[in-house]
Design a protein around this ligand. Structure first.
Ligand SMILES: *Cc1c(COP(=O)(O)O)cnc(C)c1O
Length: 220
């Protein structure tokens, strides 16, 4: 599918497109940039740094993959949004590195909504515990702007829809409980190449699309 078609599909709901460029070369990213795309998502810190250095500086880089704590310092100076905060320890490290360079870094809390073991993320109770903790109250250099989740990789649309609804519900509950006075808490990052139309129907504000834009990835 063409870039412009996807852009048209996202317009009615004002959903943002994160173009997932992991494993793809600079030239392909530049091509999409030349068509107007400014938000790109990567899943490895080193690859992010290399691409940040090689490409135009008005790109907003999003980290969407599992992030190791010892890699946070490399992306802290330029990262626009980290979707994949999956533990209190990671959030604490992001806060520390952001404080070192006098930034406030926007993040999403990743929730485990899929029926698969391999996916990282908080449960609702873990997130609640974090938000009410003294440690979190001290974190002045991170701003939680929403939630992220990945649905199960399955043909079962009803299941995928249920999982997206679950993430939307988590968002609504956190909003009411902790972020009622924070208009910046507004993002629901859900939907990928295979399921983004469903995600939009269920309230996604940000879809992360790779394969449809760049073609299939080759993993060596
Ligand atoms: C790779 C990846 C995507 C994009 O997946 P596609 O199926 O290629 O669109 C989205 N979200 C995350 C977290 C990813 O790792």
């Amino acid at each position: 599918m063409m870039y412009q078609d996807i852009i048209e599909q996202l317009k009615p709901t004002d959903t943002q497109l994160v173009a997932v460029s992991k494993t793809k070369p600079i030239e392909q990213i530049q091509e999409l940039y030349d068509q107007g795309q400014r938000i790109f998502g990567e899943s490895k810190a080193q690859e992010l740094v290399d691409k940040y250095e090689a490409l135009p500086k008005d790109i907003q880089w999003h980290m969407i993959g599992h992030l190791q704590r010892n890699k946070v310092k490399y992306i802290a100076p330029f990262i626009d949004l980290i979707h994949s905060v999956d533990s209190p320890r990671l959030l604490k490290e992001i806060n520390k590195q952001a404080a070192n360079i006098d930034r406030v870094i926007d993040v999403l809390l990743q929730f485990h909504i899929a029926d698969e073991d391999s996916k990282y993320g908080f449960t609702f109770d873990q997130a609640k515990e974090l938000l009410y903790s003294e440690a979190f109250a001290q974190m002045k250099n991170v701003r939680i702007v929403g939630v992220m989740g990945m649905a199960t990789f399955t043909e079962d649309e009803a299941q995928v829809r249920r999982e997206f609804q679950q993430l939307k519900q988590i968002f609504d509950e956190l909003k009411g409980m902790h972020f009622a006075d924070a208009p910046s808490f507004r993002e629901i990052s859900m939907g990928m190449s295979g399921d983004y139309p469903l995600a939009i129907e269920e309230g996604s504000t940000m879809v992360r699309i790779g394969t449809l834009l760049f073609g299939a990835r080759n993993y060596a």
